[in-house]
Design a protein around this ligand. Structure first.
Ligand SMILES: [Zn+2]
Length: 70
């Protein structure tokens, strides 16, 4: 019988059953981990978008970069 693995908590639930899974998913620790997981994901996405914008400006010309910082 496979154990239930929670990606967000990075942990195995030792007593696997649908009830334990539900209890885990409704637990405050799990919810906090899910929240921080998506917060981290959003920050990564924002960082990538920012880098893409900076790169696009640099391709567009140095004048644009200077204008941004002016
Ligand atoms: Zn969890």
């Amino acid at each position: 019988m496979p154990r239930y693995y929670c990606d967000y908590c990075d942990a195995y639930l030792t007593h696997d059953s649908p009830v334990v899974g539900k209890q885990h998913n409704s637990g405050y620790k799990h919810k906090a981990n899910v929240k921080s997981y998506f917060t981290q994901f959003e920050e990564t996405m924002q960082q990538r978008q920012l880098e893409a914008q900076i790169r696009a400006r640099m391709v567009g010309g140095l004048g644009c970069v200077l204008a941004v910082h002016a």
